[in-house]
Design a binder for this molecule. Sequence first.
Ligand SMILES: C[S@@+](CC[C@H](N)C(=O)[O-])C[C@H]1O[C@@H](n2cnc3c(N)ncnc32)[C@H](O)[C@@H]1O
Length: 195
Amino acid sequence: MLDGRDYFIEQAGPLNLDSVLPGYDDIVMDIGFGTGEATAQMAVDEPQVAILAIDVHTPGIGDLLHRCAHTPLPNVRVMSADALEVLTALQQDSLAGVRTYFPDPWPKARHHKRRLIQQPVLDLMASRVRVAGFWHLATDWAEYADAMQVEFEAHPMWVGGVIARPDWRPTTRYERNGLSQGRQPIDLMYTRVSS
Ligand SMILES: C[S@@+](CC[C@H](N)C(=O)[O-])C[C@H]1O[C@@H](n2cnc3c(N)ncnc32)[C@H](O)[C@@H]1O
């Protein structure tokens, strides 16, 4: 039985996923989990898949650690870190997939450069996700969904596009808030291909 603190990983240099989540063939990175409600539900739904959950928002990290300790969720590890720094610290081809549900939309044009989905990040992610691995994204900002598609279509190592919202994806807190304001989620699924 894991203690609450055992779910939390302090990053210091290169990160070997086999040592922090031993025994799992499939390790998925969850970038920007918010309160971790959907992360915890997916961990329960797929106990054979390990989740490396990353966020920078301290209260949300506390929420997910609380869920881990109380459910419990042995297939989850939580990090308080910039996702790009964690990706850089990972070994090549170490991820079976990535989930990025409702990344900050940065709707103002002058802030678009802060968006996560950009060519350098697609490059880095392609090196960390193994061939045939996935990147599942969702956003409720239609313009960001369009911009994501432009970025992915310009990249040689990702193929895919918009999909119907899978009913196995739990509704996230941010999504629920958007729905209450009339925004509809758009899901996108990409597969990592060899160049
Ligand atoms: C709009 S919220 C969505 C949260 C959650 N996925 C949901 O749908 O409820 C975006 C989340 O991404 C996190 N985030 C932003 N930049 C990040 C980064 N560089 N690395 C990790 N997480 C980040 C934020 O702290 C926030 O929790």
